[in-house]
Design a protein around this ligand. Structure first.
Ligand SMILES: O=P(O)(O)OC[C@H]1O[C@H](O[C@H]2O[C@H](CO)[C@@H](O)[C@H](O)[C@H]2O)[C@H](O)[C@@H](O)[C@@H]1O
Length: 388
């Protein structure tokens, strides 16, 4: 592929950026990244609400655009984004983007040079990162080779999975006891019990894990469980006539999948979720890959979860620590932003086969490259240990 950096490259956003003021949006309908949350556990985000009675249609408020642009297969980029470019231009766009977000594999030596004499902490998203995206969320099975790569990484570095799925579900899928797990986009964290400030955090309780080991359980949205259950049941009921729709209950949030729904019914799905949110002002919408997610309006996300876990591990804010976060989705951007905040605090790595707006520093194409990167880290660490 030829590199042409002077070409005006179309960088694709996922979902597309929408002018709030132009559309006069109900802010709970906006993609999460547009809402500007700030840290403070358990506090609500201050979201100005529209006057009741003035409801947007899902078409005019940008939901449908965001739904269409979520998770486009690379070969369909031009069509899905209505960009009139030849496929060479898409390749050029990708190359230009790669200059800004180089491959973590090609930059491996740079990464390890920076990591030398530092303690690395690894944070991994699940879907699209450790397992490829598939049509049925229940069949997103991680390969044994990937499991073994993650197990080996965890032998050398503290390692956590940060997923949008419920913590129990992602634990069942990964099946490794040596990791820390954060489910429901970080709203359900099982971390180490240590003598750090994180133990005194409100919403933190001592608990035991599957092996009976004492752990720290942090659930800042606990009070929302009955509400999420109620919304889950209503969503199941209201979408049951839509072929291919699937609703998941993640305990602190709920997801409505439309990957397998005929595109002509997407507006119906959107309208159903939109109508439910009208009745629950303490819940809001975020967009994932062909999924609408309903979650509490609390100031908590995957970035906060990374900070919390680093704090629990006694690793937060230290110059001798290098956190690395690998993820593929919009919700991973909060973690990338957290690592980027202070210069060189850590590396975000976006998993994407095409250009995407991101706060990640590096990129990897797909889960097989993620596995290669994890294996390389282990090899490097073992060589370092042997040499010392
Ligand atoms: O934070 P993650 O671990 O990446 O979880 C995000 C969502 O992942 C799952 O949905 C996605 O993967 C499915 C399986 O490949 C795919 O069918 C779906 O279209 C994707 O959105 C999970 O089912 C969701 O509930 C998570 O929120």
């Amino acid at each position: 592929m030829e590199l042409k950096t002077n070409h005006a490259a179309p960088v694709l956003t996922d979902p597309p950026s929408i002018s709030k003021s132009r559309l006069g949006l109900h802010s709970s309908l906006l993609p999460y990244s547009q809402q500007g949350a700030s840290f403070s556990s358990g506090k609500y985000i201050n979201i100005p609400r529209k006057k009741p009675g003035k409801l947007d249609d899902v078409r005019s408020n940008g939901w449908l655009d965001a739904m269409k642009s979520s998770s486009p297969p690379r070969k369909k980029l031009n069509k899905d984004f209505n960009i009139e470019v030849a496929s060479d231009d898409v390749d050029n766009a990708y190359c230009s983007w790669m200059l800004k977000h180089p491959s973590a594999l090609n930059s491996f030596e740079r990464i390890t040079n920076f990591a030398r004499n530092k303690k690395i902490a690894i944070f991994l998203d699940y879907d699209g990162t450790l397992s490829p995206i598939v049509d049925d969320p229940d069949r997103a099975i991680m390969s044994n080779a990937m499991r073994s790569a993650v197990r080996n990484v965890a032998k050398h570095f503290p390692t956590a999975i940060i997923s949008g799925r419920s913590r129990d579900k992602v634990y069942d899928l990964v099946g490794l006891t040596e990791l820390y797990y954060a489910g429901s986009h970080g709203m359900d964290i099982m971390g180490p019990l240590t003598n750090t400030d994180s133990n005194d955090h409100p919403n933190c309780v001592k608990s035991t894990d599957q092996q009976g080991k004492e752990v720290n359980l942090f659930q800042p949205a606990r009070e929302f469980i009955p509400m999420i259950n109620e919304v889950f049941r209503t969503l199941v009921e209201n979408t049951k006539g839509i072929k291919g729709a699937k609703v998941e209950n993640h305990k602190f949030c709920t997801s409505v999948h439309y990957r397998n729904v005929d595109e002509k019914n997407w507006s119906t799905i959107a309208q159903i979720v939109h109508d439910i949110l009208k009745d629950y002002p303490r819940l809001r919408l975020t967009h994932g890959r062909k999924v609408l997610e309903v979650r509490p309006v609390i100031d908590w996300n995957k970035g906060k979860a990374v900070e919390f876990l680093l704090e629990s591990l006694g690793l937060n804010g230290r110059d001798d620590v290098l956190p690395i976060y690998i993820g593929d989705d919009r919700t991973d951007e909060d973690a990338f932003k957290f690592l980027k905040k202070k210069k060189k605090r850590g590396y975000g790595i976006l998993v994407s086969p095409g250009p995407k707006e991101t706060s990640a520093f590096y990129s990897l194409k797909d889960p097989s490259e993620v596995m290669e990167f994890l294996k390389s880290l282990v090899r490097w660490k073992e060589e370092e240990e042997e040499a010392n």
